[in-house]
Design a protein around this ligand. Structure first.
Ligand code: PEP
Length: 246
C-alpha cells in the first residue's frame, strides 16, 4: 500500500520559519510514490492552506475538539479544520494524553469527530518506558486501539494508526525495526479482527525516526509510513525520509 509520511511540527514555527521550511520541502515532493502531510499548529493552518494549494503535500492539524460546536472556549472543531482544507488530524498524541489528560475515550471521540467531517484521524498509541519494562506493551496498545475501534468500528478502515512508543518520542531512542514490527503485527491482527479491510489501514511508526533509520523501519512488513517530529522541521531530513518511503 502507499506509505504515508506525516510531519508533526508540534509547537514550533513562525510565519517566516514555516514559509522557509515549506519552500525547502515542496520542490522535493513532486512525484513521490508516498503520501506526504505536514501537521502544523492551528494558528498556521491558513498559511499552510495558502502555501500548499495545488501541491501534493497535504495539510494536517495536531488536534481537534471532541465536541461538535458551542461553548468550549479555546477549542477548534473538525468543521473549522475542514474550512482550512485540513485532510489529516493527529489525535491522542502522547503529549496530549500526558499533559492534557486525554483518555482513551476522549481520543476515540476525537477520531469520530474527524471521520464525520471527512478528516483522516492519525490515532496515536504507544506505551511508556515503565509499561514496556513491566511487559505490558501489548496490553496497553491494544487497550488504546480498542477504544477507537469500539466507537468507530463501522468506518475503522478510514483511520490511520501511529504506533509511537512514548520512550522513543523526542529522545533519540528509536525502537528497533524488529521491536516496532512486533507491535505493528499485533495491531494489524487487532484491526483484522475488527474489519475485513484492515490490510488497507496504514500503521505508521513514530519516535525519533530520522534520515538514517527510516529505511530499515519502513522496510518492515507492517510499517506503512512514519509520523515524524523533530526531523520534520529540517527540509533535507524530511525529504530523505520521504525518499526512503517512496
Ligand atoms: C512525534 O511527536 O510524533 C514524534 C514522533 O516525535 P520525534 O520524531 O521527534 O520523536
Amino acid at each position: 500500500m502507499k506509505k504515508l509520511i506525516a510531519g508533526n511540527w508540534k509547537m514550533n514555527g513562525s510565519l517566516a520559519a514555516n514559509a522557509a521550511l515549506l519552500q525547502g520541502i515542496l520542490p522535493g515532493v513532486t512525484a513521490q510514490a508516498c503520501d506526504v502531510a505536514v501537521c502544523v499548529p492551528a494558528v498556521y493552518l491558513a498559511q499552510g492552506q495558502a502555501l500548499l494549494a495545488d501541491s501534493p503535500l497535504a495539510l494536517g492539524a495536531q488536534d481537534l475538539s471532541a465536541r461538535e460546536s458551542g461553548a468550549y472556549t479555546g477549542e477548534i472543531s473538525a468543521a473549522m479544520l475542514r474550512d482550512f482544507g485540513v485532510r489529516y488530524a493527529i489525535v491522542g498524541h502522547s503529549e496530549r494524553r500526558q499533559y492534557h489528560g486525554e483518555t482513551d475515550a476522549v481520543v476515540a471521540e476525537k477520531a469520530q469527530r474527524a471521520l464525520a467531517a471527512g478528516i483522516t484521524p492519525i490515532v496515536c498509541i504507544g506505551e511508556t518506558l515503565a509499561e514496556r519494562e513491566a511487559g505490558s506493551t501489548e496490553d496497553v496498545v491494544k487497550r488504546q486501539l480498542a477504544a477507537v475501534i469500539h466507537l468507530n468500528g463501522h468506518c475503522i478502515s478510514e483511520i490511520v494508526v501511529a504506533y509511537e512508543p512514548v520512550w522513543a518520542i523526542g529522545t533519540g531512542k528509536t525502537a528497533t525495526p524488529e521491536q516496532a514490527q512486533a507491535v505493528h503485527a499485533v495491531l494489524r491482527a487487532q484491526l483484522q479482527a475488527a474489519s475485513t479491510q484492515a490490510d488497507r489501514i496504514r500503521i505508521l511508526y513514530g519516535g525519533s525516526m530520522n534520515a538514517t533509520n527510516a529505511a530499515s523501519l519502513l522496510a518492515q512488513a507492517d510499517i506503512d509510513g512514519g509520523l515524524i517530529g523533530g526531523a520534520s522541521l529540517k527540509a533535507a531530513d524530511f525529504l530523505s525520509i520521504i525518499d526512503a518511503a517512496s
